[in-house]
Write a protein that binds this ligand. Structure first.
Ligand code: SAM
Length: 211
């Protein structure tokens, strides 16, 4: 069990089961208890990374750039405990739900942008963000992380979920992960890497810092 939860994230009981939780308005039909809402690690790679006790270095209150926000399942939890949270998503449909999640979260800023084109949001996102979270599930995941490294503070952290099948469905996930790590090393030092198998098939969770 992790002892490294950020402030604003707690393990709380929901229907007799201890689960991760943050304080905020519910977003995806998750169980609530007063102002707390359960964070489902089966629907969130970052939730799985925390559940598995990975050292994310998240402490609460940090500035976050989140790539691949979709309809806001995970980024809504992040905005519950973090500081300014910039949420990039390029598909218009999920962004509609993301906007709803942002209504009650004044620190959550949805951006309908392509994470492969950081120049298109560089004027909006502040520099030296503390944490870059990436869950884009698209080919070229290492490249996206490298292209967005420019936003990260020197002592910041990349929290990356790599989906093997998005790179190549025909290859062994372990081989794909090796290639992603190799490419990532152009700009990052990997501090921790762990398969998220218990929660997400063929995904690797990575904690890295810029080099
Ligand atoms: C696995 S889903 C993200 C789930 C989300 N992170 C969560 O946990 O709530 C991947 C998302 O990345 C988005 N995506 C893929 N490529 C992208 C890109 N180049 N720029 C922005 N978003 C992208 C997809 O549209 C999709 O919504």
């Amino acid at each position: 069990m992790s002892e490294q939860l950020p402030e604003g994230v707690q393990r709380r009981e929901f229907d007799g089961t201890e689960r991760l939780a943050t304080r905020g308005e519910p977003v995806y039909g998750e169980p609530t208890d007063g102002e707390w809402r359960a964070w489902n690690p089966h629907r969130s790679k970052l939730g799985a990374m925390l559940e598995l006790g990975m050292d994310t270095a998240l402490s609460g209150g940090e500035t976050v750039l989140y790539l691949g926000a979709a309809s806001g399942t995970t980024v809504s939890h992040v905005a519950d405990f973090a500081g300014p949270t910039y949420a990039v998503e390029f598909a218009p449909r999920p962004v509609r739900d993301l906007l709803s999640a942002a209504e009650s979260r004044e620190r959550l800023f949805p951006l309908l942008k392509d994470a492969r084109k950081p120049a298109t949001y560089a004027h909006v996102v502040e520099s030296d963000v503390d944490v870059l979270v990436q869950d884009v599930a698209t080919r070229g995941q290492a490249r996206v992380a490298l292209e967005n490294r420019q936003f990260l503070a020197d002592d910041g952290r990349l929290l990356l979920a790599v989906k093997a099948r998005s790179e190549d469905v025909t290859r062994e996930p372990e081989t794909v992960f090796e290639d992603v790590r190799e490419e990532l090393s152009e700009g990052y030092e990997v501090l921790e890497a762990r398969r998220l198998e218990e929660y997400h098939a063929d995904h690797l969770g990575i904690v890295a810092r810029p080099r």
